[in-house]
Write a protein that binds this ligand. Structure first.
Ligand SMILES: Cc1ncc(COP(=O)(O)O)c(C=O)c1O
Ligand SMILES: [Zn+2]
Length: 414
């Protein structure tokens, strides 16, 4: 049973004594949930490795859910960890692995979080879940709410492209377009609405939800037969992935199931890199920046206030680093990942590969080290990121001669 501790404040130690207050009333920090795992043994681990349920729920004991009956699952987890030999050869990284989260149920890493988050909502008796988002989180919350029999409300800023929210709408979410800026007016309305209507908050300020991404750590240890990667690179916006992976690896180490820990890397777009900036400057907390436009739309976050400082701590404790990539580097990495490894990832996701390339080129990552790049979202989430010449798809006459001519003229791939 996943026995959750009371929510407590990681900054001031306060325990507000409520299961549904997510922020410390004294200092404003996001509260933390801990799960009691000390009693788990190696034979428990073997049973988890062997479980026929390949979803994240084979790690049930590590999640803050009291009863299995509360679980809301779409089969998320155990995504392929692929030894990308051709891409690795290109980047001079023979031990390059890609954690392919593009195949998660709604096409992004958010499913790891929302499966746990919505399960907790069900356990706590909520009937409506909400999130403010322009893309991946909205689709994921909508899907898990649908599976749980809950309503979902998604708030998006005016100007959000319909293609970004159609997946959420298709799963029954009420999509509310708000005339305002995401970090300001939309955020303010979101907060007020939660207080007014008592909805369940699915942002990264939800401590239950955040536990879901610990599953990255457990899965990697399993898939690498107990070996721990030297480096794990994660596309970073709010910082949940970095923070949660670190927690997951530490739990395994505290149980004696692994001996070493990986070095963690946050990969960001240089147009929205507050965590990289704070890391480089040696700051203990993140200072919000105004995010500029970038191809890495899903991680275009300038104000990761809730977990930013915890992600920073994880990067430092792991002796890791943070990297800010240009759009050109990101698009190149997206292309190489597709043409050399066969995985079509969205640009935000490809930042991990772009960072691996940069860190190898600068010698930070050594040639023999085992590197895992998390590919956190599917390319079909943002297909317009692939630029092509209209002429490429102009129809040809159905003759071999025309086909030959076209093949000579169009060169794709690597
Ligand atoms: C595709 C993709 N990758 C990565 C992230 C990073 O999230 P976090 O830093 O909270 O783990 C997000 C969400 O914001 C995302 O949509
Ligand atoms: Zn506090």
């Amino acid at each position: 049973m996943g026995k959750a501790s009371a929510l407590s404040c990681p900054k001031c130690g306060n325990e507000p004594g409520s299961k549904i207050v997510f922020r410390c009333p004294l200092c404003g920090s996001i509260l933390e949930v801990k799960v009691e795992v000390e009693h788990l043994t190696r034979s428990d681990l073997q049973a988890m490795f062997a479980n026929r349920d390949r979803s994240i729920w084979r790690w049930f004991d590590f999640f803050p859910i009291e009863e299995r009956a509360s679980i809301v699952s779409l089969g998320e987890g155990s995504t392929p960890l692929i030894h990308a030999t051709r891409l690795g050869e290109r980047l001079s990284l023979p031990r390059l692995y890609l954690k392919n989260d593009t195949v998660l149920p709604t096409g992004s890493l958010k499913d790891r979080s929302n499966s746990v988050g919505i399960s907790k909502a069900k356990e706590l008796g909520f009937t409506t879940a909400t999130v403010m988002s322009t893309g991946n989180a909205a689709a994921s919350v909508a899907a898990y709410s649908a599976a749980a029999g809950m309503r979902s409300v998604v708030m998006v800023p005016l100007g959000t492209a319909p293609s970004k929210i159609i997946q959420a709408r298709a799963c029954g979410a009420r999509v509310v377009v708000v005339d305002g800026d995401f970090d300001n007016e939309v955020a303010q309305l979101y907060k007020t609405a939660i207080a007014e209507f008592g909805w369940y908050d699915c942002l990264s300020s939800n401590p239950y939800r955040d536990e879901g991404k610990k599953s990255y750590a457990y899965e990697m240890v399993d898939q690498l037969d107990g070996e721990v990667p030297s480096w794990v690179i994660h596309p970073t916006a709010g910082g949940t992935g970095i923070y949660a992976m670190w927690k997951g690896f530490q739990e395994f180490r505290s149980l004696g199931w692994i001996q070493k820990l990986p070095r963690l890397v946050a990969s960001q777009s240089e147009a929205a890199a507050p965590i990289t900036y704070a890391f480089t400057k040696g700051l203990s907390d993140v200072e919000p920046v105004v995010a500029r436009a970038t191809v890495a739309e899903s991680i275009q976050v300038g104000n990761p206030v809730s977990l930013g400082w915890r992600a920073l701590a994880a990067l430092r404790e792991s002796n890791g680093t943070a990297v800010a990539l240009s759009d050109a580097e990101i698009l190149e990495a997206q292309r190489l990942t597709a043409t050399l490894a066969g995985i079509f990832a969205e640009p935000a996701a490809a930042t991990s590969v772009a960072a691996a390339k940069r860190l190898r080129a600068t010698g930070t990552i050594g040639p023999e080290e085992l590197v895992v790049c998390n590919l956190t979202g599917h390319g079909l989430k943002q297909p317009e990121s692939i630029r092509f010449d209209e002429k490429e798809f102009a129809p040809i006459a159905p003759t071999l001669a025309a086909l030959r001519e076209r093949l000579q003229r169009t060169e794709t791939g690597e």
